[in-house]
Design a protein around this ligand. Structure first.
Ligand code: PNS
Length: 183
C-alpha cells in the first residue's frame, strides 16, 4: 500500500502554511490565501511573533484582525508562532510553505529564506504565488506609512484594518493652509 503523505492523514487533505508578519494583513495577502484555497484543502496563516521587527500591531491584535476576516472560512486556520518556522511547520500537517511574490525585488529575500528553510529541513518546499495585478504595489510597510501620514488605504486592506490603523495613528485633523510665495 502506498505510504500516505503528511497532511493526508486523518483526512486533513493538503495543507499549506502561509507564514508572515501580517502587520497588518492586506488584500494582497488575502488574495494569495484565496487563490491557494483553490489548490489546498486548508491554509494555515501563521503569524510570526517577531518583536525584533518592532511591529505596529501586537501579535494579539494581528491575530484578531486576521481571524475576524476569515471567521466564515473554515478552510483557513489562523495561528501564531515563535522561533523557527521549520519547527512550527513540523508540528502541523502542512506539506508546503506558501509565500506571495509581488515583484522581482521580492525575489532575493524570498530566495534566501526558502533556501535557508530548505537547508534546515530538506523535505520542506516553498511555493510562490504571484500576487494579482490589483495588489502588486500593496505591502504592509507602505500601508502603515500612508495611514500614518493620513492617506486613505480603503480598498487595500479590510475595513477592520482601516479602523485599527486610524485608532493607532491618532492624527490631528490638519488645518487648511494656503501655501504661497508670502509664507
Ligand atoms: O511577512 P514577512 O515579515 O516577510 O515574514 C517573514 C517570516 C515571518 C516568514 C520570516 O521572518 C520567518 O519565517 N520568521 C521565523 C524565524 C525563522 O524561521 N527564520 C529563518 C528563516 S530565514
Amino acid at each position: 500500500m502506498a505510504r500516505r503523505k503528511k497532511g493526508e492523514e486523518k483526512n486533513m487533505g493538503k495543507v499549506a502554511i502561509y507564514p508572515g508578519s501580517f502587520d497588518p494583513i492586506t488584500y494582497g495577502h488575502i488574495d494569495v490565501v484565496e487563490r491557494a484555497l483553490e489548490i489546498f484543502d486548508k491554509v494555515i496563516i501563521a503569524i510570526a511573533e517577531n518583536e525584533e521587527k518592532r511591529p505596529l500591531f501586537s501579535v494579539e491584535e494581528r491575530l484578531q484582525m486576521v481571524k475576524a476576516f476569515f471567521k466564515d472560512t473554515p478552510k483557513v486556520i489562523v495561528d501564531s508562532f515563535k522561533g523557527l518556522l521549520v519547527d512550527y511547520v513540523a508540528k502541523t500537517n502542512a506539506i508546503v510553505i506558501l509565500r506571495g511574490l509581488r515583484a522581482t525585488s521580492d525575489f532575493e529575500y524570498e530566495f534566501h529564506m526558502a533556501s535557508m528553510n530548505r537547508s534546515l529541513n530538506t523535505h520542506l518546499d516553498t511555493l510562490f504565488m504571484m500576487t494579482s495585478k490589483d495588489y502588486f504595489f500593496v505591502s504592509s510597510r507602505t500601508i502603515k506609512e500612508v495611514a500614518r501620514l493620513g492617506g486613505g488605504v480603503e480598498g487595500l486592506v479590510p475595513d477592520l484594518v482601516v479602523r485599527r490603523l486610524k485608532e493607532k495613528f491618532k492624527l490631528p485633523v490638519a488645518k487648511k493652509k494656503q501655501i504661497g510665495w508670502d509664507d
